[in-house]
Design a protein around this ligand. Structure first.
Ligand code: SAM
Length: 352
């Protein structure tokens, strides 16, 4: 049985967490930690970091404000002690953070699965070092195979060919299975749904279609722009029949489908049309050390102040446990066109 003894810590009512299963107010465990290692990105994807908001004068975080590799590793160790089994490095673009392989090597010592989500632009050069440091797998974002569409969506004039090359290099280095994330936006890249399926079928890589979400406050999201996953599955099935596959584990984000002809599987991530809040076991650590218990949160919990204020590991552990025990988030279950307008924190800051 878990014991919770409220103590007043000054900033929040912290608790003494005495072990046992750590669950939130909806009985969800804490298994996955996403760490944003930088709020910077070399792409300006129109649905994530639109140039109008993230222009040349955007105030990105100064180096002194962001967590060091040592600080990240210390927190990660505490999270693992509380039950985290999987760590995903993300951003911003994680590979723009210098020497990221050093962080991977430090985290690899914790003995949990380490993965990375990247736009692939800097991956070919770093794949070997990352693998040697202990990275298990990569997820590469790729929204289109059409060069003009892809360049328009990343708004950095970055060619498709270089991302395809990076995927090959990552696979050759054993960062497998490579997952490929495609955000689908109606009228922008939905022509690519079937083309992407055709390209990745039979490669062993897993293509995942993501419903366009109202993350942050700057992408001008409208429900009309969302292509429901059910439609994605229908369009692909009309060409190559698909059948559902059981989830690998409870709380898996992507719903799995496999080609009846044996050419592998795809995933669909339906945060908008089939919310999966009920099984969400994720938390996010922002670049500057704030803890967010939901991708759509408006504010986080400052762990950097604890780290830099001399708190003990036990003190930090109790604070994290208390945050999780109070967690009641279920944004995707209550999303409307109105909630979409709330001032939510940007995805590049808390980590995608
Ligand atoms: N820079 C890395 C990348 O491109 O993969 C990691 C960060 S990015 C924020 C993580 C993932 O979030 C990417 O696959 C991206 O396509 C996805 N994403 C960003 N904005 C989104 C949105 N509005 N709706 C759905 N997915 C989004």
């Amino acid at each position: 049985m878990m014991k919770v003894i409220p103590i007043v810590s000054g900033r929040t009512a912290a608790a003494h967490f005495a072990g046992g299963p750590l669950v939130d107010t909806r009985a969800r465990g804490m298994h996955d930690l996403r760490i944003s290692v930088t709020d910077r990105c070399n792409f300006r994807c129109v649905y994530c970091m639109p140039r109008e908001t993230f222009g040349a004068d955007h105030p990105f975080l100064p180096y002194s404000a962001i967590l060091s590799f040592e600080e990240i590793t210390r927190l990660a160790r505490i999270f693992v002690g509380l039950g985290v089994q999987k760590i995903r490095l993300t951003g911003g673009e994680p590979l723009v953070r210098r020497q990221l392989h050093r962080l991977v090597a430090m985290l690899a010592e914790l003995g949990v699965e380490i993965t990375l989500t990247t736009n692939g632009s800097l991956l070919a050069k770093q794949a070997r070092l990352l693998k040697q440091a202990g990275l298990h797998r990569v997820t590469v974002s790729l929204d289109s195979l059409d060069d003009a569409t892809f360049r328009a969506m990343n708004d950095a004039d970055f060619p498709v060919a270089r991302v395809l090359e990076a995927i090959d290099v990552a696979a050759a280095e054993g960062l497998t299975p490579v997952k490929i994330n495609m955000v689908v936006k109606r009228g922008v890249n939905d022509d690519d749904i079937v083309r992407m399926a055709e390209h990745w079928r039979g490669t062993g890589h897993i293509l995942r279609y993501i419903e366009y979400m109202d993350v942050g406050s700057s992408n001008g999201w409208r429900m009309d722009d969302v292509i429901p996953s059910a439609e994605v599955v229908r369009r692909i099935s009309a060409r190559w029949p698909l059948e559902p596959v059981d989830a690998n584990y409870t709380g898996e984000v992507a719903e799995r489908w496999r080609y009846v002809d044996g050419a592998g599987e795809i995933g669909v991530i339906s945060s908008v049309t089939q919310a999966f809040c009920a099984t969400c076991t994720r938390m996010r650590l922002s670049t500057e050390g704030s803890l967010f218990t939901c991708l759509f949160a408006e504010s986080g919990h400052d762990l950097k102040a604890l780290l830099r204020g001399g708190a003990s590991d036990d003190g930090i552990r109790n604070e994290i446990a208390a945050v999780w025990q109070r967690r009641a988030d279920r944004y995707s279950e209550i999303r409307t066109e109105q909630t979409a307008k709330l001032r939510k924190v940007e995805m590049s800051y808390i980590g995608g």
